[in-house]
Design a protein around this ligand. Structure first.
Ligand code: FAD
Length: 402
């Protein structure tokens, strides 16, 4: 009799944790598990703001997938998923087609541009190792370009659209990086501008209490960050951004961190989506196709209050744990375990030695919060790769930022 087939798409937080937990629960010859990912490495998205700003090397934000999985139990395929055909239980890759009994979709998110003209073409986004390599190189290039043609002071202006989690963490790092860049390129620091533009009336990740938001904005302003709140970006052009009030801000670098939506492959496959994300049942399965589990940024999980939980790494990891168990229960005919999100808190970095956040209900800020952020990162590394991975990525770093 052929072995049941489980296919996991995406080796991000949700997909990778599902695979790693599942390999602990099954024997090598019981189930044929295949993990598919675009790259042969897993990257910690929550770390990407640092290599994007240039305060850390991108190598420290990624881990080879083969170092994390047991190849006797999980067959890894490096490939891009082209299509999911849930009616036929098929997944089309670049040059092969996989069939499954159970599918896990953990393909993450795509940039949400809200239809703003020019954003896709002229703004950069922080969403992969390749994108952050590009941002870091581009920023340096603009400094070098300014030195050749110093009447273009706008080359030294960096606009960041969106002041939520990603925008805030990036801007905090970037502000720390500017003095090094100025020294490297002999640039007067007073000429450099970092402008964070946000459509809502406050900056920083939503849900934080006002006093923490004020503290955070104060820290950022002291680092030289300028805020434009309640301000919408109307268009992005090759030389800058046009605001809702008609003002044009000339800028050599524009980063968009204003929002994400679920991976478009789900909508293309006929799943009912809201901003690309699929509402799942209590066990994280598609309501249309119960043999498809959906994790992370691709899924919508409702809270007991009837509102969707925000998509983040914390929930994606917990979904991975639950999905691994439910795959095993599905394969062995046991009742499935409902998913219950255990919100542990949120900590947002504001750059070197500064952060703000909430742990359960306790507010944290400053050095303590920054330390807790490191603990959260270390905990994740421990979960996927044990203590050796913490040493490799956080203590004896393989590569330093240049
Ligand atoms: P991801 O982790 O994005 O993984 C998706 C995987 O699918 C990737 O490996 C990708 O390469 C692969 N993939 C995509 N398309 C294909 C394809 N067609 N074929 C094959 N493979 C494909 N959340 C927090 O909780 N705390 C934070 O501090 C935090 N900070 C953040 C900072 C930044 C800069 C960003 C961008 C996000 C941050 N988030 C944070 C959000 C968090 O990173 C995401 O919610 C989380 O990564 C979602 O996990 P996921 O498994 O759904 O997808």
């Amino acid at each position: 009799m052929s072995k049941p087939k489980v296919v996991i798409l995406g080796a991000g937080y949700g997909g990778l944790v599902t695979a790693i937990r599942l390999q602990k629960l099954i024997k090598a010859d019981e189930v044929a598990v295949t993990l598919v990912n675009k790259h042969d490495y897993h990257y910690m998205t929550t770390h990407l703001h640092m290599p994007a700003a240039g305060t850390d090397h991108h190598e420290n934000a990624r881990v080879d997938i083969k170092d994390l999985i047991d190849e006797r139990k999980i067959h890894f395929i490096k490939a891009t998923v082209q299509q999911i055909v849930p009616e036929e239980k098929k997944v089309v890759l670049s040059d092969e087609v996989l069939t499954y009994d159970y599918l896990v979709v953990g393909l993450g998110s795509e940039t949400e541009t809200f239809g703003i003209p020019g954003l896709r073409e002229y703004a950069m986004t922080i969403n992969s190792i390749n994108s952050v390599r590009f941002i870091r190189q581009h920023t340096q290039y603009m400094f070098a370009k300014y030195k050749l043609d110093s009447k273009h002071q706008e080359y030294l202006t960096i606009v960041v659209g969106g002041a939520g989690f990603t925008g805030t963490e990036f801007v905090g790092e970037l502000a720390d990086r500017i003095p090094d860049l100025c020294q490297m390129f002999d640039v007067d620091p007073s000429l450099v501008q970092i402008i964070n533009i946000e459509a809502s009336p406050t900056a920083l990740p939503p849900g934080l209490p006002n006093d923490l938001v004020e503290y955070g904005m104060d820290v950022m302003r002291r680092k030289g960050v300028q805020y434009k709140l309640s301000t919408a970006i109307k268009a992005c052009e090759p030389g800058g951004v046009l605001l809702g009030d008609g003002q044009f801000i000339p800028a050599g670098t524009v980063i968009w961190s204003g929002g994400v939506r679920g991976n478009s492959l789900l909508q293309d496959a006929g799943f009912h989506v809201q901003r690309g994300r699929v509402k799942v049942d209590d066990y994280l399965r598609s309501l249309q196709f119960p043999d498809v589990f959906i994790t992370g940024d691709c899924s919508i999980v409702m809270s007991p209050e009837g509102t969707p939980y925000p998509a983040n790494a914390q929930i994606a990891v917990q979904q991975g744990y639950n999905t691994a168990k439910n795959l095993l229960y599905s394969l062995t005919g046991k009742p499935l375990r409902p998913f219950a999100y255990d919100y542990k808190g949120t900590v947002a970095s504001l750059g070197r030695g500064e952060a703000i956040g909430i742990l359960k209900v306790k507010k944290v800020k400053g050095r303590l919060a920054a330390f807790l952020k490191k603990i959260i990162d270390a905990r994740y590394l421990f979960l996927i790769g044990g203590i050796p991975l913490i040493f490799k990525k956080m203590i004896f770093k393989q590569k330093q930022a240049t």
